[in-house]
Write a protein that binds this ligand. Structure first.
Ligand code: FES
Length: 160
């Protein structure tokens, strides 16, 4: 019969070479958890559950602490991202300039696509307030976005 300890020891790990390099790069630095999580997400596109025990060991924190940080910050993804990531600004200036209608339009359009093709998430100010409403598609900012312009941008991203 297998006990809990042996299950833990044989739990899957994520042996991506980038993970080892990231953990080594931050070894011994103060407050390394958030920089490590950002680097992993930048490299892998998300933070797989399987890397949490390795991070915990490397920085001598509990897995629960790391899961807590991951849950606290919506920026961190635990699943691979969709091919096209749309982030619409939901802050005041953009809301006052048609952001709600743009959000509703984008939501309806993206809901009609296969789940792995596009995702929609809020962001809070992209520094483009004077050109609201603004959004990002795969990290690329766009300003003064109308529903028609959104459709064109999304179509271009789908065809890229
Ligand atoms: S409020 Fe949307 S970019 Fe600043």
């Amino acid at each position: 019969m297998m006990n809990t300890r042996s299950v833990r020891r044989t739990a899957p790990t994520h042996d991506h070479p980038a993970l080892h390099a990231i953990l080594e790069r931050h070894a011994g630095r103060p407050g390394p958890l958030l920089p490590i999580l950002h680097d992993i997400q930048d490299q892998l596109g998300y933070i797989p559950d399987a890397v949490v025990p390795q991070i915990a060991r490397a920085i001598q924190r509990s897995r629960a602490e790391i899961h807590g940080v991951l849950r606290f910050y919506p920026h961190f993804r635990s699943q691979p991202p969709a091919r096209i990531r749309v982030e619409i600004c939901r802050a005041e200036s953009c809301q006052a300039c048609g952001g709600d209608a743009l959000q509703a339009h984008a939501q309806a359009v993206i809901a009609g696509l296969p789940e792995d093709q596009a995702s929609l998430a809020p962001v809070y100010c992209l520094g483009l307030c004077s050109q609201s409403p603004a959004l990002m598609i795969n990290g690329q900012p766009h300003a003064r976005v109308t529903a028609e312009r959104f459709d064109a941008l999304l179509q271009a991203a789908l065809e890229a």
